[in-house]
Design a protein around this ligand. Structure first.
Ligand SMILES: [Zn+2]
Ligand SMILES: [Zn+2]
Length: 288
């Protein structure tokens, strides 16, 4: 963790504002996207504290932006774009035309998906890709707080509590889990229950399970593969280990990024085959 942040957590009460000004001057934060040094306004406002970052979240996208402001410079934070209608009513892709209602995209018409709806918080652009890569591949797991916050806002926008019985993070294969040390999808939702904002009612009580759906086949990374290769690569990769726990359940699958949807669609296929009533998908970001 950045020394600046560590020292700021240590400061309390009246001393904190003075302490922060001195620390921001001596140890500015480094933007995770562009590497530029900046004054982390989010931290000064008490928003960047990883241990309770989620507790700061309320129900506006702007406040999720502020959570990321502890890690990214103002220019990069302002570039994160929320998903907004019109979008595909199934896969959630934003249409180029910013006019009209949500409707099915051509891809979902020609190749119907196994899941019911997929929704994401933000568009997967260059800036967000940098943040997600730091989170997944560079061990910046404190980003699970703000990224999970973005996801929770999306959950609140697109689902009602009664619409979900069970939350399942997309699993990693055991070998990959051991190598990485964590499942990023699980980290993104792990702290949801500690949220003290009004949206707490929407998520408390929905079980999160990491044992029901497993990845039984080690696959090469989907990154860099074309659509057909992705489908072939992921086919048969998942297994429902405890089928009785998904029967008649409305499942919400969570993952970090939706690219072609091949991974979540394959998860949805095996879950429906095992008896799930329906499967929805929530991700932090959506490739456009
Ligand atoms: Zn930046
Ligand atoms: Zn679609």
């Amino acid at each position: 963790m950045h020394l600046n942040r560590v020292l700021k957590y240590a400061a309390h009460g009246w001393a904190r504002p003075f302490f922060n000004i001195i620390l921001d001057t001596v140890f500015p934060a480094k933007c995770l996207v562009c590497n530029r040094l900046f004054k982390p306004d989010g931290i000064r406002a008490g928003m960047g504290r990883p241990a309770n970052a989620a507790a700061e979240i309320t129900d506006t996208f702007a406040q999720s932006h502020r959570l990321l402001a502890a890690y990214c410079c103002p220019d990069c934070v302002s570039s994160f774009a929320a998903i907004s209608s019109p979008i595909c009513s199934c896969c959630g892709i934003m249409f180029k035309s910013r006019q009209g209602q949500d409707h099915l995209c051509g891809d979902c018409i020609t190749q119907p998906k196994e899941f019911r709806t997929a929704r994401a918080a933000v568009a997967y652009d260059h800036q967000l890709m940098a943040v997600v890569h730091r989170f997944k591949y560079a061990g910046k797991i404190q980003l699970a707080g703000p990224l999970g916050g973005l996801m929770l806002n999306a959950y609140k926008r697109f689902w009602d509590r009664e619409e979900v019985d069970l939350i399942l993070p997309v699993p990693l294969h055991n070998a990959k889990f051991r190598k990485r040390g964590f499942n990023q999808s699980y980290l993104l939702i792990r702290r949801w229950k500690s949220i003290s904002a009004p949206m707490v009612d929407k998520v408390v009580g929905i079980p999160v399970n990491t044992d029901i759906l497993i990845r039984s086949k080690a696959t090469v990374s989907q990154t860099g593969l074309g659509r057909q290769q992705r489908l072939k690569n992921i086919k048969g990769a998942f297994r429902v280990k405890i089928p009785e726990k998904v029967i008649a359940k409305k499942v919400l699958l969570v993952d970090d990024v939706y690219t072609t949807g091949a991974t979540v669609n394959e998860c949805a296929r095996v879950l429906l085959k095992a008896g799930a009533e329906r499967v929805d998908v929530l991700t932090v970001a959506r490739a456009m």
